[in-house]
Design a protein around this ligand. Sequence first.
Ligand SMILES: *Cc1c(COP(=O)(O)O)cnc(C)c1O
Length: 395
Amino acid sequence: MEIAKRVQSIPPYIFLELNKKVQAVAAKGIDVINLGRGDPDQNTPDHIVQAMQEAVADPVNHHYPPYGGTPEYKQAAVEWMKKRYKVDLNPHSEVTSLIGGKEGLHNTIMSFVDVGDYNIIPDPAFPVYQTSTILAGGTPYFMPLNPGNNFLPNLEAIPQAVLDKSKMLMLNYPHNPTAAVADLAFFEKVVHFCKKNNLLFCHDLAYPEMTFDGFKAPSALEIPGAKDITLELHTLSKTFNMTGWRIGFAVGNMQAVQAVAQLKSNIDTDVFRAIQVAAIAAMKGSLDHINYCNNLYAQRRDLVVDSLNKLGWQIKPTKGTFYLWLKIPSGYNSWDFTYMLLEKTGVLVTPGTAYGPSGEGFVRLSLCLPEKRLKEAMDRMKEHSITFDLAKAKV
Ligand SMILES: *Cc1c(COP(=O)(O)O)cnc(C)c1O
């Protein structure tokens, strides 16, 4: 037996090693507080679950769904885009269903990266950007995001030779893992840049509703003319606490939408119709849970930011996502720090390098646990003097 080079070429799944460590620590009887996962802890709202329960019982939904989403689902997605962003889209040609954002990212990359191409991606980023680029036979070109540039890429720094061999540039704001946000003025620059350089702009809009302190995340499609070159990926996972349900949609440029839909129609057979019915109920129903969850996340954020800053960390409150991107004490790399923290306190974060080379010197902490558990994590860090000026020698 010989495994294809394609599989051998992708980096080993970094969280596997982390899991082994967690098990070893848990085996010692230490209660692990997992601040590593980005998965909403609140339930899917009842009216969505109810819509699903009814749809499951209806035999109409037991058959193969149509490719690209049911007409009703596509219509609901288009209406969502209109209501939320004032963006006009054609429900027949400018939207296609996705089995979640992750699948959409992979198939968009497969649709726009040829063997030998670069794919211009943020660093750090959701790991799929990098691995699917490699699977496509391409090479990731990393745009470093760091505190010095407010975690926004410097487009002018991309070499012409890279631009010449690229078909796509990817971004994601509000951003996982740095929690940075971007405004319309920034997206206008990106759209202009991508037009000038004949690139598809793929915007992974996974956290548009998870924002705080009055910030409202824009869609890149709000920029006039953006549709000429933009494909935006939406997912219900984070907005509706539906990570397990696997549903999203891609909207924007017709050619790009159709390319992804064509590829997908050869690979998967779309989303279970009952899930599409539930997703319609989500987009058309009450959005009260969004405010409720954002208040929870903002309170948790304040608790963690205040507690860590009392220990000498220098963390600024975030405007979006349920992540905090923490610059770690000097003398540690992100893996060393993650292991040290886990072994001493039982608190699990993820090492920044899991998201790209510029993640070195950072860890990501997520706010997906109740305040009580977060407080416990903070108390343990205090108890073990995990201060920011903690030098390696002192530990
Ligand atoms: C969670 C997430 C996604 C997609 O999640 P799905 O559950 O696959 O829809 C995509 N991009 C980023 C940056 C994410 O954090």
